[in-house]
Design a protein around this ligand. Structure first.
Ligand code: BG6
Length: 489
């Protein structure tokens, strides 16, 4: 018996199995779990998509993206072979009850007489979620088989385009899969350092007392990518950076940074506190948002196309690829502290960082040294090269009293021998375990949409043109002006 102690089998249906998400993330993550003996002994993976394909072709397709991070190189081929022997494929229309009746037969054949829990990973465009859920329900696949205890659906953003469409999706999906059966992925919650945020805050005496308006001057959550939208232009142009990254990934980071201590670290308590803090944020005002769109430029030795030059982007598109926003949390802990959120594609580097800037020390006793003391900053680097750094002021070693900015620096790679799991490994394992703490509850989603829905509608109504910034640059000037307005520079 493996670590999970699961004797019940598990059938994992990956809908959209021929797409990038399934091939590059979901199935490799399942392989990583398999290599660590974290899948039940009797597991089966069934790929389902429209395109006809043989089992062999599906396996060959899947194999290209499997990597052997967790098993010694010499036995890797063996692991792959055994894993792939559990993978099969079926083609069918996504909204066809008949196709799912066939799928059901195929699953029963694989499962034999044994009971099996079932996971449905919807690696498909969101406009298909409802059709698929209804067809699965109609074919009876959501019912648990004899002896099995659960069936679960996994979906990934975008969940709607605004509060209304998100509510509609939640309520219609809810008719087939209950909230308890629905696992909404925000893959940022599966990232190692994001999972560490509550530990850092609440398991360290030194941080908790400082984590409030008395001591924190501002919080900056900064997300950057150094690539354009590439072949995702069709999707991206419909959503833009606010819906693609800010409303979900960055609001989840903000909620974890700003929430009150939960009663326990169990999922309902953590979600309750995330919802509470998100509900304390007023809808983003139009004048607290700066938008940009990347323009053609030479970057890293290449001529990079403008957003409007990407294939699939309509001429004259006003879709922003960069956004900067200032949010305020209206509660006792954070009253008056600006939360600066920036997110941009085609910038100078790929990083995600959370930066808490502390208020300056009031003491004048160091003034005679002539040094202007820089504020302390706690930087939590989510990616790449996970790290936690605290900027402090230190005496430079020597006979005189000279103060220098210095850093306490915890770099994960140097400090921890363990491999950092991919976010999907961790999230899929939690679905199997039934641990919901890293998934987005319906009311978190609603609260995050409430912050952005009015301004998104206003932007669309006014056809606001984002400011152009060069590919590989720093983002638009209007974002820096917004930062200066709130003394965040
Ligand atoms: C996705 C967005 O959710 O996250 C993409 O749709 C973005 O636009 C991606 O590139 C970033 O994820 P990560 O894990 O590479 O930071």
């Amino acid at each position: 018996m493996n670590e999970l102690g699961l004797q019940t089998g598990l059938t994992i249906v990956v809908l959209g199995a021929s797409g990038d998400l399934a091939r590059k993330k979901v199935i490799p993550a399942l392989f990583a779990l398999y290599c660590q003996d974290l899948l039940p002994e009797a597991f089966h993976i069934v790929g389902f998509a429209r395109r006809p394909m043989t089992d062999e072709a599906f396996r060959a397709n899947v194999m290209e993206k499997l990597t052997c991070r967790y098993v010694p190189g010499h036995s890797c081929a063996d692991y792959m072979e055994r894993f792939l022997s559990r993978c099969s494929y079926m083609s069918g229309e996504y909204d066809s009850r008949d196709a799912y009746l066939d799928l059901y037969q195929a699953m029963r054949l694989l499962e034999g007489d044994a009971s099996a829990n079932r996971m449905y990973y919807m690696a498909i465009p969101p406009f298909l979620f409802l059709d698929v859920a209804e067809a699965l329900g109609g074919a009876g696949l959501v019912e648990c088989g004899p002896g099995a205890t659960w069936s679960r659906a996994i979906i990934e953003k975008p969940f709607g385009r605004d509060r209304t469409s998100s509510d509609h999706l939640v309520s219609c999906m809810g008719k087939v899969f209950t909230e308890g059966q629905t696992f909404r992925i925000d893959h940022y919650l599966g990232k190692e350092i994001v999972q560490n945020l509550l530990v850092l805050r609440f398991a360290n005496r030194v941080f908790d007392p400082l984590w409030n308006r008395q001591h924190v001057a501002s919080v900056h959550i900064a997300w950057k990518e150094d690539i354009g939208v590439g072949n995702r232009a069709g999707y991206f142009d419909d959503y833009g950076i606010v819906r693609d990254v800010v409303q979900n990934h960055l609001m989840q980071l903000l909620a974890l940074v700003a929430m009150e201590p939960p009663t326990s670290f169990d999922a309902p308590h953590v979600c309750d506190e995330k919802v509470r803090v998100l509900q304390c944020i007023a809808p983003l005002a139009f004048d607290r948002l700066a938008l940009g769109q990347y323009a053609a430029a030479r970057f890293q030795g290449q001529d990079c196309a403008a957003y409007r030059g990407e294939s699939g982007v309509p001429a004259g598109s006003c879709t922003p690829t960069y956004a900067a926003a200032v949010l305020h949390i209206d509660n006792d802990r954070w009253d008056g502290v600006p939360f600066f959120i920036t997110a941009g594609k085609a910038l100078d580097e790929r990083t995600t960082e959370i930066r808490l800037r502390f208020r300056p020390v009031s003491s004048t006793r160091f003034h005679e040294t002539g040094a202007a003391l820089p504020p302390n900053e706690l930087v939590i680097r989510v990616q790449p090269d996970e790290a936690i750094r605290l900027a402090i002021t230190n005496k430079a070693p020597g006979l005189d009293m000279r103060l220098v900015p210095s850093e306490l620096d915890l770099r994960y790679q140097a400090a921890f021998a363990a491999k950092i799991p991919d976010a999907y490994e961790c999230l899929l394992l939690d679905v199997i375990r039934g641990d919901r703490s890293l998934f987005v509850r319906w009311d978190e989603l609603a609260a995050a949409w409430d912050i952005f829905t009015p301004v998104l509608h206003e932007l669309e109504a006014r056809l606001v043109q984002p400011e152009l910034y060069p590919f590989g640059g720093n983002g638009p000037e209007s974002a820096r002006a917004l930062a200066r307005r709130f003394h965040l520079g």
